[in-house]
Design a protein around this ligand. Structure first.
Ligand code: NAD
Length: 473
């Protein structure tokens, strides 16, 4: 059911010599062998991206859009197959994998349309004989690094925007979830993308990123992943003054005020919290619930967590899959032990289940103190820490007390509290009374340690373009 894994360089599908295993997280066994690029193959990808850029940048936005739209159609036609590959290698349940694949097609559609509108401007001149223009141009070949938690959407956001802008791209998807990204590359190839415009490589991440970012050919770096690696790549990019977009995860506070629709807040946030077993950078992950409604919130939230059925994502009745790898499993055990040791009360879950694979029950811990590890580090897994608050001033300083600033969620029926909290919380995206904050057409990005720049929206295209001022007499 899995696919052959290859490198995709200069329009060729290459076997490679050194390989590593890709593991199915529901079973803990190998799905296939992934080839790792040699330095010579990385150089080939760089040359190919450089040559292809010279042509692709001259292709009109209308034609670039046609290719991207065809790719989107092919992704939709192939959704069942791609979703199965995604679930096999990443673990999320098939229904989620399908929505993710369809969302990636929508991202290609959005950028296919938006690139026609990469308008510059005309600036009135001081001299009647002179015309002054600002035009937008593609920034150049891109090195893009995407993570394992969204094997379709994360590469799509980078690749669709880069190609729409007229850039060529070398994508290094996560070595843990390679097949989905290769399917996107295949859809683009079948849609008529010229060879070398997109290359897909795998390898030892540190070796690949150093090699690509050091090259004169690369003009832009885009990374989604952990804060530490993001900062490391930003330092590498600074040497060549290369543009950088970083999407580095967060630790989203959820504020449930006393006047909120508490049961609705619990139902919506539980669905979002346990989506993809909590491995979502905008996952609601620090729950601050007003002390007067904490009991009601916990009843509904714990009930929703208990209703989930953890199991192999390929099985039709599973509603939450395994975590993606052994590292996440051991992180969950550490977070749980630490929180309970510091006074947190385990409300449900807390066990690694099954005799194979990386399953961890949907877990809720209440009364978690502020110094618990899980209140300070992104959980990236199915544990929800809940803590009471008494007033909004105190709450705001706790919500803003970490260096993260990606997403935040507020539940209240008071316009005054909604305004105060959405103004006061330091985050790149805020959902008030709902959690739908990520669409193809809306800017996605964080502040502080959560990153810089945006993906999605008109900002997502601009990230791959640079301005040129032309004064003509
Ligand atoms: P990690 O830091 O080892 O890797 C994170 C991602 O970066 C992976 O996709 C990995 O392939 C890539 N990577 C690692 N080193 C790299 C390098 N030198 N050059 C280029 N890419 C590199 O962490 P992990 O164990 O895979 O994930 C753990 C943490 O990472 C999570 O707790 C979460 O905080 C963060 N994370 C965030 C996102 C996100 O959507 N922002 C996605 C995945 C992981």
């Amino acid at each position: 059911m899995y696919r052959d894994l290859k490198l995709y360089i200069d329009g060729e599908w290459i076997e490679g010599s050194d390989t590593i295993d890709v593991i199915n997280p529901a079973i803990g066994e190998s799905l296939g062998k992934l080839p790792l690029a040699t330095p010579a193959e990385l150089d080939l990808a760089l040359q190919s991206a450089s040559t292809a850029f010279a042509t692709w940048r001259t292709v009109s936005p209308v034609e670039r859009g046609r290719v991207l739209r065809r790719a989107a159609d092919l992704i939709r036609e192939r959704v069942d197959r791609i979703a199965s590959l995604l679930t096999l290698e990443q673990g999320k349940v098939l229904a989620e994998a399908r929505s993710e694949v369809l969302a990636s097609a929508e991202i290609f559609d959005w950028f296919a349309e938006e690139c026609r509108r990469s308008y510059g401007r005309v600036i009135p001149s001081r001299d009647a004989r002179t015309r002054q223009f600002v035009v937008l141009e593609p920034v150049g070949p891109v090195a893009a690094f995407s993570p394992w938690n969204f094997p379709a959407v994360a590469p799509a956001r980078k690749v669709a925007a880069a190609l729409a802008a007229g850039c060529s791209c070398i994508l290094k998807p996560s070595e843990e979830t390679p097949a989905t990204a290769l399917e996107l590359a295949l859809a683009l190839e079948d849609a008529g993308l010229p060879k070398g415009t997109l290359n897909v490589v795998f390898g030892v991440p540190d070796i690949v990123s150093r090699h690509l970012i050091a090259s004169e050919i690369i003009r832009k770096v885009s990374f989604t992943g952990s804060v530490g690696i993001g900062k490391h790549l930003a330092r590498l990019a600074a040497d060549g003054l290369k543009r950088v977009t970083l999407e580095l995860g967060g630790h989203a506070p959820v504020v449930v005020c006393a006047d909120a629709d508490v049961e609705q807040a619990a139902r919506l946030t539980a669905a979002a919290k346990f989506r993809n077993a909590g491995q979502v950078c905008i996952s609601p992950s620090r729950f601050f619930v007003h002390q007067d409604v904490q009991e009601r919130f916990l009843d509904a939230f714990v009930g929703a967590a208990r209703d989930l059925k953890t199991g192999d994502g390929m099985a039709g009745d599973s509603t939450m899959g395994p975590v993606a790898n052994e590292r996440r499993l051991s992180a969950m055990n550490t977070f749980l032990e630490d929180a309970v040791e510091k006074g947190g009360i385990l409300q449900c879950g807390g066990q690694h289940t099954g005799n194979r694979g990386f399953f961890f029950e949907p877990t809720v811990i209440s009364d978690v103190p502020g110094d618990a590890l899980i209140m300070n580090n992104e959980p990236f897994g199915p544990i929800a820490p809940v803590a009471p608050f008494a007033d909004l001033d105190e709450l705001l300083s706790r919500a803003n007390g970490l260096k993260y600033g990606l997403a935040a969620y507020v539940f209240t029926q008071s316009t005054a509290s909604a305004t105060r909290l959405s103004n006061g919380i330091e985050a790149g995206m805020i959902g008030v009374n709902h959690l739908a904050i990520s669409h193809a057409e809306t800017p996605f990005g964080g502040v502080r340690d959560s990153g810089m720049g945006h993906e999605g929206g008109i900002e997502g295209l601009e990230a791959y373009m640079q301005r040129k001022f032309i004064s003509q007499i």
